[in-house]
Ligand binder design. Structure first.
Ligand code: GDG
Length: 485
């Protein structure tokens, strides 16, 4: 079987991948089956960079990693990736902090990674690059004479063309993407945004079969909705740790209900809107006081980006004022946890909750929505309240779909979820469970790999130009190895 080479911003620890679950496990399994390489940043910053990647063999998988300089970290990671591309691709021009040297740093790091990776590549390898940090990787590899099949998967949304064109580097970015053989997005809407860009800016032609024709090559352009390992998550959710069991028993005894939200602390996740919607729920329905509580788990990420510190302060203020106004000596309406919680505990907490709030302002897919569904007891399931702007909404139509900007509408949906009859909950849940099983992690992996396997090869030496020196994700937190790699 052809070897697989995964390139992502961070490398997951294969020896721990089974604990972290989800995506890292799926990718690690595929790597173990085929043998191959996983390459990425090791999370460290050094003043001088090595000439080769640090290599560690785990079974038949070669783990390759390398540090960045503090300047690289500032310009590539904090700068272009997380202060330009992340907000821009999440339709948040208000959060874009653009400095011209960010793009240079972004390209410099991609070139550096390519230099370190090339000596480890074999001619038949399938190279699968993940996410917005590494858009230039195919171009960098082709310039070094690599003819391997190259695939790219974007874990976050692809914005409409008029938004993208607000970035001074948009033409170069899209041109860089066209060096891949397969370009994968989360949803049909993302594919459509990309196609419109290509048509409007006249960068490539689109054939009748939907492939892009560029520079004599055919590029597969498709949606591959990412999923979770449903059965493993279901099993985990049914085995509640003791502290979750005791908390659940106490709540049942007091006939109270729990609403849950679990998100990285990120402005794309719509957390202030969600907190305010909960407060409106209590204001509109005082009878719910002492009956319902909201548990929000939101561990910090990207603390070096200013917008995240502002968000953290805003949420602390909102949580304080909601609790100050509504708490009683034996009831806390909103429990806000700003620390990571173990995956086992999360699964059990989802199962013990009556409503799951997944209300991002914009999200590539959102795996929490799928985890909440997987964790439910099919006989007496909780209800998923889902934003129309999460990629997951394209598939999970039986959730209560809401507009996260409409806080009263969100409060009404939470109220409806808390009062939904059991038959309706079971019916909706059965349909949702079927969907997440159809589009699980294994299906995502298999469909992308099948397309990459059958993609045309780029003739070696297609890019004879000299190497330009110009110009998965948040694994900084060990709890997050399950997100985009
Ligand atoms: C990107 C895209 C896309 C959260 N808190 C804790 C914890 N989590 C886990 C969740 C879930 C994961 O992190 C979050 O995944 P999401 O999909 O919701 O969001 P992003 O991190 O933004 O991921 C997204 C994804 O890539 C995959 O393609 O769906 O749209 O933005 O698994 O459970 N896990 C643990 N403790 C926590 O406190 N253990």
């Amino acid at each position: 079987m052809t070897r697989l080479v995964i390139v992502s911003n961070r490398v997951a620890d294969l020896t721990k991948a089974t604990q972290s679950g989800g995506l890292a496990v799926g990718l690690a399994d595929a790597l173990r089956k085929r043998g191959g390489v996983w390459f990425g940043w090791n999370g460290e910053q050094h003043d001088t960079l090595p000439e080769s990647a640090h290599a560690k063999r785990v079974g038949n998988v070669q783990m390759l990693s390398a540090p960045l300089t503090p300047e690289d970290y500032a310009q590539y990671y904090v700068g272009f990736a997380n202060s330009v591309l992340w907000p821009l691709f999440h339709y948040r021009l208000d959060h874009v902090e653009y400095e011209p040297e960010f793009f240079d740093g972004y390209c410099r790091v991609n070139n550096y990674f390519a230099d370190l990776l090339v000596p480890h590549l074999e001619p038949d390898d399938l190279v699968w690059v993940h996410d917005y940090h590494l858009i230039p990787m195919a171009d960098c590899l082709r310039r070094r004479g690599c003819g391997q099949r190259l695939g790219f998967f974007l874990h976050i949304p692809f914005p409409p063309h008029d938004l993208l064109s607000a970035s001074p580097n948009h033409e170069r970015l899209v041109e860089m993407l066209l060096h891949y053989d397969v370009i994968g997005f989360q949803t049909a809407a993302d594919v459509s945004n990309f196609r419109h860009y290509v048509e409007d800016w006249n960068v490539a032609t689109i054939a009748d079969d939907g492939t892009l024709q560029f520079d004599g090559r055919s590029i597969v352009l498709k949606a591959y909705p990412i999923g979770i390992d449903v059965e493993t998550f279901r099993t985990m959710s049914a085995a509640a740790p003791e502290d979750v069991r005791i908390d659940t028993d106490r709540r049942e005894l007091l006939r109270r209900k729990q609403i849950i939200g679990v998100d990285r602390l990120d402005y794309s996740k719509g957390l202030p809107e969600r907190f305010r919607a909960f407060e409106r729920l209590l204001a509109h329905h005082p009878e719910l006081e002492r009956v319902v509580s909201f548990l929000q788990i939101a561990p910090s990420t990207r603390e070096d980006v200013d917008a995240y510190a502002d968000l953290r302060a805003e949420l602390e203020g909102l949580a304080g004022s909601i609790n100050g106004r509504h708490s009683d000596f034996n009831w806390t309406p909103l429990r806000y946890i700003n620390r990571p919680v173990s995956r086992e505990k999360l699964a059990a907490l989802f199962r013990a909750s009556h409503v799951g709030l997944v209300t991002p302002l914009r999200d590539g897919m959102n795996l929490v929505a799928k985890e909440f569904v997987a964790a439910q007891d099919a006989e007496d399931p909780g209800v998923l309240v889902l934003s129309q702007f999460a990629g997951a909404a394209e598939d999970l139509a039986e959730a209560l779909i809401i507009n996260p900007y409409d806080e009263d509408g969100m409060a009404d949906a939470i109220h409806a979820a808390l009062h939904m009859p059991r038959d309706e909950r079971r019916e909706r849940h059965a349909a949702l469970l079927k969907r997440i099983r159809e589009h699980d992690a294994a299906a995502w992996l298999a469909s992308f790999m099948a397309d990459l396997d059958s993609a045309g090869r780029c003739p070696p030496g297609r890019h004879p130009e000299t190497v330009s020196t110009a110009g998965f994700n948040d694994l900084t937190n060990p709890a997050f190895t399950e997100t985009s790699p």
